[in-house]
Design a binder for this molecule. Structure first.
Ligand SMILES: C[S@@+](CC[C@H](N)C(=O)[O-])C[C@H]1O[C@@H](n2cnc3c(N)ncnc32)[C@H](O)[C@@H]1O
Length: 460
């Protein structure tokens, strides 16, 4: 939690809140030991708590229908499976919103934005609550906001919340169309804004691309939700998912450049981080006394080997991209390793072939067959007698990733004496979108080799 987050080491006290706010009192229950709690399966109770916290701690008044994305209610409904009180859980989403605002405060304190008296923020997709502009303006008296949304209903509700807090002079709300740019657009109301420079744009994008992606995401979560989502479709879904949304901000930033000091966005799905910032390369050019650096990035899926993507200087590697090659060696004969890997790749339904002249397997993974979750899903699909056609479709699509596995033989030595063989395996990621899937595959292969040849066969 951000060190300035007011809830750090200072969780809200239900007793005080119940005592102070008569409308909250009916929602507070007591355990035998006197501990106060609220029933998190009751959306009204959670919504009430949100309102009371905003009022008590930020002097903000909010009114949001339950079917819109109330800052905490939606997530709480998805996650709460028991009535037990977990204060960290209650505050989870709310605190995160505060964390985002405090992070922006930190970011712009390192630019000259804070010196100009007025700071302008741009909230893309402000939602019914208009929560970021309201919190931002309450915590920072010199901040102003432009807040947008594509839903007329959200815009009306957001405007009402701004008026409720008498912040119309500092928060401008603009209805956008789905087709228009996310930031400034010559064809909508943003063209009338007389603001030369925004200190930041911020965004809590709709995370998912489709109902299927949303359900798959939920399936991967360990704890299944029994409650249904209260978010309306446009809050949860967007074409291309959050990656598409953020990539659009990135594209627009290339045109707008310094009109915004910082372009920022919340990311809801960890794999999006890799997609956005993963495929870049960094190098150092040294010529005589002159030192220069080269940076390159790609929206494609090809992964250059580490000697090209990584700078050679160790110090610079800290800011370089993550490794695409992993090397391990064992004290075994190369032929034993070759035979075992050949069988293993077949069992894992890996496509590709060995180039025996170079001891290199050039392969691809059509589907994830190695993770426990994937195995369970496949078993379930088989049990549900998924049609053969569906199963084929899975394998006909683009592979998850492509890789090379190169084997080398070396002599194990003890001083000048040769006392065995070393087989060295280098696994390289050559193509694909998700680093984590390739890494999980590599770790699986490594573990299986160690299971087969025993721990004693580990690197000398
Ligand atoms: C996940 S909600 C976030 C709401 C609010 N900012 C919050 O954090 O509670 C995403 C919002 O983005 C809006 N939205 C979707 N596409 C948009 C677009 N192209 N331009 C602006 N807003 C958009 C949705 O209507 C929705 O209100």
């Amino acid at each position: 939690m951000h060190p300035r987050n007011r809830y750090k080491n200072n969780p809200p006290d239900f007793n005080i809140l119940a005592y102070k706010y008569a409308s909250f009192y009916p929602f507070v229950k007591y355990k035998i030991n006197g501990e106060a709690y609220i029933d998190f399966k009751d959306p009204l109770a959670v919504q009430k708590l949100t309102y009371i916290l905003l009022q008590h701690d930020f002097d903000l008044k909010l009114d949001i229908p339950l079917d819109t994305l109330c800052p905490m209610v939606k997530r709480l409904l998805q996650d709460s499976r028991s009535c037990s009180v977990d204060l960290n859980h209650i505050l989870y989403l709310f605190e995160n919103r505060l964390n985002y605002i405090h992070w922006l405060e930190d970011l712009i304190s390192y630019t000259d934005d804070d010196d100009h008296g007025e700071v302008y923020g741009f909230d893309i997709g402000t939602g019914a609550s208009c929560i970021y502009p309201l919190l931002g303006c309450t915590l920072n008296k010199h901040w102003k906001f432009v807040a947008t949304d594509i839903s007329e209903r959200m815009i009306n509700l957001a405007e009402a919340n701004v008026e409720r807090n008498n912040l119309q002079a500092r928060i401008t709300i603009i209805l956008k169309s789905k087709e228009s740019k996310l930031l400034l657009d010559a064809n909508d109301e943003t063209k009338n804004l007389n603001i030369q420079r925004f200190s930041f744009c911020m965004c809590n994008p709709p995370f998912y691309e489709s109902q299927e992606q949303y359900e798959a995401g939920m399936m991967f979560k360990k704890k299944q939700s029994s409650a249904t989502s209260t978010g309306s479709p446009e809050e949860i879904f967007t074409k291309g998912g959050e990656f598409g949304f953020i990539k659009q901000i990135l594209d627009e930033s290339l045109m707008l450049r310094e009109r915004f000091s910082w372009y920022t966005s919340m990311i809801g799905r960890k794999e999006t981080i890799n997609k956005i910032i993963d495929n870049y390369v960094l190098t150092e050019f040294c010529q005589g006394q002159t030192r220069r650096w080269g940076i390159g990035w790609s929206f494609g899926i090809h992964r250059p080997p580490s000697n090209i993507s990584q700078p050679s200087s160790r110090r610079l590697r800290k800011v370089g991209p993550s490794m695409t090659e992993f090397t391990t060696q064992w004290t075994i004969e190369i032929n034993s390793l070759f035979e075992y890997l050949d069988t293993l790749f077949r069992a894992l339904e890996i496509g590709g072939a060995w180039t025996t002249a170079t001891n290199t397997f050039i392969g691809n993974a059509p589907t994830n067959t190695w993770s426990r979750t994937a195995r369970r899903q496949r078993e379930r699909a088989k049990a549900a007698q998924q049609s053969q056609q569906q199963m084929n479709m899975e394998t006909d699509s683009e592979p998850l990733f492509e890789f090379q596995c190169h084997l080398e033989q070396a002599e194990a030595r003890n001083g000048n004496n040769v006392n065995g063989s070393i087989a060295k395996m280098t696994m390289s990621w050559t193509s694909g979108n998700e680093r984590s899937i390739f890494e999980a595959f590599y770790l699986h292969v490594k573990r299986r080799i160690e299971e087969k040849f025993g721990k004693s066969a580990l690197r000398p």
